[in-house]
Design a protein around this ligand. Sequence first.
Ligand code: C5P
Length: 201
Amino acid sequence: MIFTVAIDGPAASGKGTIAKALARELGFRHLDTGSLYRAVALRSLEGEDPVAAARSLDPERLGDPRLREPRVAQEASRIAAIPEVRAALLDFQKGFARRDGGAVLDGRDIGTVVCPEAEAKLFVTATAEARAGRRHAEQVAAGLDSTLEGTLAEVRARDARDAGRDVAPLRPAEDAVLIDTSGLSIEQAVSAALAVVRSRI
Ligand code: C5P
């Protein structure tokens, strides 16, 4: 059995939380594809050529806590616009999705480019204000320097870059189900997502 759940959406929309919860609930493997771009970004910030970094990436080693830093997120959305970087990361993502069993992948172009054949597609959104509020709270909890205004500006800048690029821009697949998490608790968002996926199994 092969069953792929593709989850896309902008930064801090809740897609990662939903993806993890679905994978746990359904016993599926999970891949946070943003961490691939972040790993390339970290190496780019250290001076390496991003295309070379993407081609030699070890996807088994994505646990570096520095990957969550805001400067890495911004650099990730910059290097993610380079077509050769995206191409170098594609095979691993496709392979992960289509191995025997179930898989949940979350990112920006899963339903449109990586897994257009996914059995279930979700596009998770929330207002920029709601997303910035969540990200700001996470950063404060992690002891990072953060202001709400600065986080909102970062979220907007990343949205504009991710949706405006020529290759694999952030947009819902035609057959994706939209979930707006702005007014939802985590539990409500997860159960809405589960209902969609269960209806396809
Ligand atoms: O999801 P996350 O915030 O970790 O992603 C970091 C950046 O990586 C995004 O802003 C986006 O530019 C890029 N990305 C992408 N395609 C994906 C996943 C992430 O372009 N499938």
